[in-house]
Design a protein around this ligand. Structure first.
Ligand SMILES: [Zn+2]
Length: 284
């Protein structure tokens, strides 16, 4: 009898363990899914606020590769996300404005996808006749708006240099956490990183010809813009083809230190530059 009781207790215990295991197997994924939904929910809300309109990315890439004329969906992107103010419309003719709008539609989705998890902003194009720059990007009237001012004198003298706008549009979706991003260039951070990536973006995503200068011994990775862009491109093509993707992600998520290069490539920034200098510097 005692033996039987013992067996029953053991059987009950075994059944309990079995049922608990089954319940855990069923409930745990549900809990995880719930937690994931909450996380996803936040992202979705953020996404919905910023991007009130879904874009078929694959079809855009496919159409762009075939160099087809502007399609309605391209025009939709400019009509939904781009505003041109009266100042710029009075300054330039309709043909110029048409190119600005179709270029915006073709490139902005790709930039947002690559640099900003697909989040796009309302962009306002205006002019600034007093700036020394060809164009610059600045904050808009609210957190979801970015403004890009074109120097009308520059564009009248360089009417086809529309790639400048791809550079400025890239800035709208970078939003890096390094507060020193706009500070003077230093080896540990500064705008040479941001401007290097931005010119890499212009080289990669723009449809207009844009050359990156060949390496010379007088260069430094802090030279910024096209020199740094070529260095970053070389790292991507010779050391780690996910470098720029991971670098952009790192700059968005943490305050920059040069350890970010080591974390991604296993090599220090100076080691990478030495390897680049000792190589044939070739990029495609
Ligand atoms: Zn810039």
């Amino acid at each position: 009898m005692k033996k039987c009781m013992k067996r029953k207790i053991l059987l009950f215990f075994a059944c309990s363990v079995f049922i608990a295991a089954v319940l855990t197997a069923i409930i745990a994924p549900l809990c995880y899914a719930q937690a994931g939904t909450e996380r996803d929910g936040k992202e979705v809300n953020e996404y919905e606020i910023s991007v009130p309109f879904e874009v078929d990315i694959d079809s855009l890439y496919a159409k762009d590769e075939e160099e087809q004329p502007v399609k309605p969906e391209y025009e939709d992107i400019a009509s939904k996300f781009l505003t041109t103010d009266a100042l710029i419309r009075n300054e330039f003719n309709g043909a110029f404005m048409d190119v600005l709008e179709s270029d915006f539609s073709k490139v902005y989705v790709k930039l947002a996808e690559y640099f900003n998890y697909g989040i796009m902003y309302d962009v306002v194009y205006t002019i600034d006749p007093d700036t020394d720059a060809a164009a610059y990007q600045t904050a808009g009237r609210n957190p979801l708006e970015k403004k890009i001012a074109l120097n009308p004198n520059y564009f009248k003298a360089n009417r086809n240099d529309f790639g400048v706008l791809t550079h400025e549009l890239t800035h709208t979706v970078q939003e890096y956490r390094d507060a020193r991003y706009s500070a003077p260039n230093t080896s540990e951070g500064g705008n040479w990183i941001t401007e290097g990536i931005t010119d890499w973006s212009r080289y990669t995503f723009d449809r207009y010809p844009f050359s990156l200068p060949s390496y010379s011994a007088s260069q430094s990775y802090t030279d910024s813009y096209r020199v740094t862009a070529r260095f970053f491109l070389w790292i991507d093509q010779n050391i780690d083809d996910t470098f720029l993707e991971q670098f952009n992600e790192g700059l968005k998520c943490e305050v920059y230190t040069s350890k970010l290069f080591t974390k991604i490539t296993g090599k220090t920034l100076d080691e990478l530059w030495s390897l680049y200098a000792a190589s044939d510097h070739r990029v495609v």
